[in-house]
Ligand binder design. Structure first.
Ligand code: ACO
Length: 428
């Protein structure tokens, strides 16, 4: 692209190169702005700031498009397995059968977690939030694989990638088991990725448990839908932490913490709690729509509505809404909160407040309803999101390293006190 951007400041004109992505997104390259002009840009919430160039995920918020490595989310959710998508995100291409078998086999053979990790886990209180436990234990993995932070050790990134994908589901199930007072389950390597997770979650030593293929299929779809979403809050966190050359376990652990927030992945837990509250309050959807419209005074937002990037619809929400209907009817579950959710969506989509602000249901709006139908407790919903997002975080971390990106270090405009004389304690 040959166009130059011009900026006139204090009577001087500065020129900046522009660039265009493979899907025609445009950017102004301001790399030399401060050196040339003394100015920086302020962009709170990074609404206009591109932090990187990335070849992993494309999304168009106006058109409601989401693609991983060029493949549409609709095709992937319908036809792929989660590990196929993980491979695609991390290595750039869909695997051949031989590549897939090798990848899956390696993951199967690394599902067991060091017993000393269990001892760390046992120190957590029984009601510890599973996200806090997960981020701590993923960070602790670096201690068990010290070559992950030894800058002089040969690069073992590929081993760490396999370990993360293999062990995070195992660790994730521990919190649930503890909350139930049940023993944790060891992985069973003859099961596929999703069935193995279900087995570790729900099997008991006293009876036979067979993972339901309907449930495993639904889980596979949900994980795919969450697998990447370009430079969102948690992914940017992973890249930023990793840019200091912090190891992959610490970087992913930081991403888990960022995801936990209720404005990000934590929204899926908030949605179900909100729907339950509406149900307990008599199911008066209009009352809650009104409260959300007066968010400035009530402080109430409709969780699962709105998105920083999608301003038309969230393609993941469409797929999930249909999946929620399918899963509940196949499993013969009649969940009254599904009806409340649909009523809320219907009311909000026709309300001027939501329409004018382009507020649509996001991925988190219906995912909790499916998780609940699958038997996953509410405080584990964001953990499920983290399991899905893991390959995306890994792919983005790997890309950031491969591109040799510099350490992330934003600037600021200082608004504090000017230089003043130190006042001794007895004179204050
Ligand atoms: N309910 C009611 N009003 C809302 C909502 C909502 N869920 N979301 C945004 N608004 C209103 C805001 O009050 C604001 O109104 P105003 O223009 O009158 O001041 C306007 O819409 C724009 O909202 P912002 O907060 O500026 O939008 P932003 O892009 O910064 O935030 C976000 C996006 C954080 C997702 C927001 O819509 C929100 O808080 N949603 C609820 C939480 C949620 O579901 N998060 C999950 C996001 S998806 C994900 O992370 C996987």
């Amino acid at each position: 692209m040959s166009d130059k951007a011009q900026l006139i400041l204090e009577g001087k004109t500065y020129e900046f190169a522009t660039l265009e992505g493979s899907e025609k997104e445009k950017a102004i390259d301001i790399n030399n702005l401060r050196d040339a002009s003394g100015y920086i840009t302020i962009d709170s919430g990074y609404k206009n700031t591109g932090a990187t160039k990335s070849a992993i995920t494309f999304l168009d918020g106006e058109e409601g498009i989401l693609r991983y490595r060029g493949y549409s989310i609709e095709d992937l959710a319908e036809q792929a397995t989660f590990l196929e998508v993980a491979y695609l995100l991390i290595y750039g291409e869909l695997p051949t059968q031989a590549q897939y078998d090798d990848f899956e086999n390696k993951i199967r053979r690394h599902t067991l977690v060091n017993e000393d990790m269990r001892k760390i886990f046992e120190g957590f209180p029984v009601n510890a939030h599973p996200m806090g436990v997960l981020s701590s234990l993923v960070s602790a993995m670096s201690a068990f694989y010290p070559d992950s932070y030894d800058q002089n050790a040969p690069d073992k990134t590929e081993d760490h990638i396999i370990r993360l994908l293999a062990k995070m589901p195992t660790i994730a199930t521990w919190s649930f088991k503890k909350s139930q007072g049940h023993p944790v389950n060891y992985p069973k390597n003859d099961l596929d990725y999703c069935s193995n997770f279900l087995n570790m979650m729900f099997a008991l030593p006293v009876e036979e448990y067979k993972p339901d293929p309907v449930v495993a299929k639904a889980l596979n779809k949900l994980l795919i839908l969450h697998a990447d979403h370009e430079q969102n809050c948690s992914t940017s966190t992973v890249r930023l932490v990793g840019s200091s050359k912090a190891n992959i376990y610490s970087s992913i652990s930081a991403g888990i913490c960022a995801l936990w927030g209720p404005l990000h992945g934590g929204a899926n837990q908030e949605v179900i709690e909100m729907l339950e509250e509406i149900k307990a309050d008599g199911g008066d959807v209009a009352k809650y729509v009104d409260m959300a419209k007066n968010a400035k005074t009530t402080g109430f937002r409709l969780f699962g509505f709105g998105h920083r990037v999608y301003k038309n619809f969230d393609p993941r929400a469409r797929i999930i809404k249909k999946a929620a209907d399918d899963v509940l009817s196949t499993l013969g579950i009649n969940d009254p909160v599904l009806e409340i959710a649909k009523g809320l969506e219907e009311a909000a989509l026709h309300d001027e407040y939501f329409v004018s602000r382009k507020l649509y249901p996001n991925v988190d709006f219906y995912s909790g309803i499916i998780y609940r139908a699958l038997g996953i407790p509410t405080n584990m919903f964001t953990v499920m999101f983290a399991l899905g997002r893991l390959p995306g975080w890994i792919a983005q971390w790997k890309e950031m390293r491969a591109n040799k990106e510099p350490i992330g270090r934003p600037r600021q405009i200082y608004t504090g006190a000017p230089l003043r004389d130190f006042v001794p304690m007895n004179a204050r």
